[in-house]
Design a protein around this ligand. Structure first.
Ligand code: ZN
Length: 206
């Protein structure tokens, strides 16, 4: 991938240099070629990657799973993405982060992800915080806190535990917090409404 990107850059630069020294109209060619390239090469921000994690959370919501999504990034590129699949897989450990870590390890052929960053919409639970540390994820970015189950900053402050808290090296919270929180609260509000509707219908049928 790197080779092809640098190949494109070289090709565009060669084209530019050729036209630059050419006849009139070269400045127009310069704009046509360089401006789109600049836009496409612009470095992605934490918010950009969290938006991709939110897209994964949307996929979970579409199949009636608790909407949590995660992506893993290495050298500015997404190498794995996943969403919560606990109900579909009927496995308690099918959390978005766990699935994303497994995919990344399979892809890279290593358990050690110390050159990777993880973006997840919800503060990780105890299980996921443990696996994030064991897989040596470099930086963790999460969207919204989980006061009932989060073990990065909420129930437990992982950085205060010596040895266990070595990884991730960086923790960033509150990335697109309103959006990451809203998708969860909307999901649970709908669940409560449905439960109430079902209960009323059951009573009427008695
Ligand atoms: Zn978890």
């Amino acid at each position: 991938m790197k080779a092809s990107v640098s190949g494109i850059i070289t090709l565009v630069q060669q084209t530019w240099y050729t036209t630059w020294s050419g006849p009139e109209g070269s400045s127009h060619t310069y704009l046509c070629l360089r401006v789109p390239l600049f836009i496409s090469m612009k470095e992605k921000t934490a918010e950009d990657f969290m938006r991709l994690a939110l897209r994964e959370a949307e996929k979970a919501r579409a199949i009636d799973e608790v909407p949590v999504g995660a992506v893993i990034v290495r050298d500015g590129k997404v190498i794995s993405r996943a969403h919560n699949l606990r109900e579909k897989n009927q496995k308690a450990d099918s959390h978005a982060e766990m699935l994303a870590i497994r995919k990344a390890s399979s892809k890279l052929g290593t358990w050690c992800l110390d050159d990777c960053d993880l973006y997840v919409t919800l503060e990780p639970c105890m299980m996921c915080t443990g696996v994030i540390g064991l897989s040596r994820i470099h930086a963790l970015y999460y969207g919204t806190s989980d006061p009932k189950g989060g073990t990065v900053d909420s129930l437990v402050q992982i950085k205060t535990i010596r040895h266990i808290g070595t990884y991730p090296k960086e923790i960033h919270s509150g990335i697109l917090q309103p959006e990451c929180s809203a998708i969860l609260s909307d999901f649970f509000r709908e669940k409560r409404k449905k439960k109430k509707r079902d209960r009323n219908e059951f009573r009427k049928a008695q």
